[in-house]
Design a protein around this ligand. Sequence first.
Ligand code: MN
Ligand code: MN
Length: 299
Amino acid sequence: MFMHNKKLMYTVQVAEPNPGLATLMLEQFGGPQGELAAAMRYFTQALGEEDAGRKDMLLDIATEELSHLEVIGSIVAMLNRGAKGKLAEAALEEADMYMSLNEGGESHTTSILYGGAPALVNSAGVPWTAAYIDSIGDPVCDLRSNIAAESRAKIVYERLINVTDDAGIKDALTFLMTREVAHQKSFEKALYSIEPNFPPGKIPGHPAHADTYYSLSQGEGEARGPWNEGEQWDYVDDREAQAAVDGGDGTASVKLPKAEADAVKDFAARTASDAEANPVTGADLGAGPGAGKTTALDE
Ligand code: MN
Ligand code: MN
């Protein structure tokens, strides 16, 4: 069950309204790295978790993310509060109202459509979607994904901190950003509490392919480093050795029942191309300046 506490997790003190800035803040309300996505990611993982420790952690952090959603949503609401009042009460002349709503970004959209309330959209107005949640139901995969999600959320907060000089907003955003750092540390500990945790899953990788590095992009700019150099790596830059690495002939085949094989053969015969033909086409008939070489019509 959920219970609600009317106190925010962190105090929100906004110096002055700013609908344009509110729109940018929506990135962490309804965006892919935002708090709703984080809350739903960990909540759904918690419901499917078998390990008591991880289940408890995921529920704790999911609930904290909902509390973050409330904080960032309150920042959006405070930044839009003046615009909401003016719009609802038609407090300005039309032209002045238009100007004030178009001060930045998509703020006119969020003002007109959502009346200044925080909407579950990102800073470009794209609606939140469950497609932001990439859980796959394997703890070492999901923990790695959670670690990456926390690091992305940290960076988005950092960028938001850099676009405002409002001390109260900076303070609240710094709290939210720092909590994502703490979450990343918990997820790292939970991941490394599973031994072994690499590779994910149960079926081992094939030893013939686990230590090979294929240098498939060749030319100026070849670089070596610990990711492809040293005892661990078998570096393959020979083009011949990069294809059909199983030792086979590198073709694709399938055994078909006779009736299906015959039908495929008929289809191939019916759609066969004639390499000897040089047909006149619509491109030839309609050709004008810029067409390049075409087939002569009077052959
Ligand atoms: Mn958060
Ligand atoms: Mn987090």
